[in-house]
Design a protein around this ligand. Structure first.
Ligand code: ADP
Ligand code: AMP
Ligand code: DP6
Length: 333
């Protein structure tokens, strides 16, 4: 009789929470699609009301990566293009072919049209570093998250976060840093209106590639970002709400202008988005911003949250989420 001893297979796991982020200066366009190297630096705030919790289990017995979000399994293709990119890097660091199971959950409805990928990928990166005991710095981890999904690199930090576009071909200087702490501007609030919408037809990934290849206005937008980046930072440093709101709206408009300038036709806003834009601009004490979808993020000061919320409800918002500036990701022990 053959006496087979089973070789012990490695199994490690860890769990982390990461915040969602909303960009003030938007990322829209890449100079390298493999490494997600952006055409411009961007700036976001991390949100304390929207977070994702991800548990990762690496096990030498697994035959492929499996990812579930709120219990729903992603297709192999979806895994490969996002979380799989991150897991490949960790496998490389580790030096062994070891697959993972990722269980991710959001504290907001996944059908609400709020992007979960940034926070989800950031939480996965933090958890993987912990599980494999790699002790990589936040800066290194932000470069790994960037390769999973660009905007995810900003969710590695709390407060106000700058993603430096970098110049190098290999992306080693394209990482994030916290430029102001979470408590820098305590009465600044993001009021998020959730409207019932179907899933967006064109992902950020393919939309921004289409803009990069086809928009002739993109060059002007990059000049605008370059010219006003320092001003955005100054408005935050000095807590100049009026200027911050104005720049927030102009940067959102600038991104949606080059989206509209793309071919084939592309647009993420709808009639209600334009009504929101008009109301907020007239209101004067708030600033709107939209990502690749019609749900508005309206920045305002605490004393005006009620009025902004009532406006969103009168426009038919099914839910209004009120968020302050949040802290960065953390490990759950
Ligand atoms: P976006 O954030 O650009 O709006 P989605 O939320 O549609 O994009 O997510 C895009 C992809 O990101 C998904 O297909 C999935 O592969 C990956 N993803 C999203 N959320 C998570 C998560 N919580 N954990 C791991 N991967 C995620
Ligand atoms: P300034 O207000 O111009 O002194 O810039 C303050 C901060 O903004 C510094 O950390 C710079 O790195 C950053 N910054 C200024 N201009 C840009 C730009 N065009 N792109 C990216 N970051 C910028
Ligand atoms: C509109 O980070 O989702 O939210 O790098 O291809 O994964 P990939 O794109 P993604 O794009 C986010 C675009 C945005 C603006 C922003 O967050 O800066």
């Amino acid at each position: 009789m053959l006496n087979r001893t089973k070789v012990l297979e490695l199994r490690v796991e860890a769990e982390a929470v990461a915040p969602s982020n909303i960009a003030i200066v938007k990322y829209w366009g890449k100079r390298n699609t493999e490494l997600n190297l952006p055409l411009n630096s961007s700036l976001s705030v991390s949100l304390d009301s929207l977070w994702v919790r991800s548990k990762v289990i690496f096990d030498e017995g697994f035959e492929r990566d499996v990812v579930t979000i709120n219990g729903n399994k992603l297709s192999d293709g979806e895994v490969k293009d996002y979380a799989g990119k991150v897991l490949d890097i960790f496998r490389n660091f580790y030096g062994r072919r070891i697959y993972a199971r990722v269980e991710s959950s959001t504290n907001f409805p996944s059908s609400a049209g709020l992007a979960s990928s940034a926070a989800g990928i950031a939480a996965l990166v933090i958890a993987s570093n912990e599980a494999l005991g790699l002790n990589l710095s936040k800066r290194e981890l932000s470069k790994i998250a960037r390769i999973g999904s660009g905007s995810a690199c900003r969710s590695l930090f709390g407060g106000f976060v700058k993603w430096n576009k970098g110049e190098l071909e290999n992306g080693e200087d394209s990482f994030c840093e916290e430029i102001f702490t979470p408590d820098h501007w305590p009465n600044l609030v993001d009021v998020i209106g959730i409207f019932k919408e179907e899933r967006k037809k064109v992902s950020s990934r393919s939309g921004m590639q289409s803009t990069t290849l086809s928009s002739s206005l993109l060059k002007c937008r990059l000049e605008f970002v370059e010219r006003t980046f320092g001003e955005v930072i100054d408005s935050i440093r000095t807590r100049n709400a009026k200027l911050f709101f104005e720049l927030t709206m102009r940067h959102s408009n600038s991104m949606h202008a080059v989206i509209l300038d793309s071919w084939p036709p592309l647009n993420y806003l709808n009639d209600r988005s334009f009504r929101v834009m008009e109301w907020v601009a007239e209101f004067g004490r708030a600033g709107y911003t939209f990502d690749a979808g019609p749900n508005p993020h309206i920045f305002t000061l605490e004393e005006d949250v009620k009025e902004v919320t009532e406006f969103l409800e009168s426009e038919g918002a099914v839910k209004v989420i009120i968020s302050k500036i949040g802290k960065g990701p953390y490990i759950i022990s």
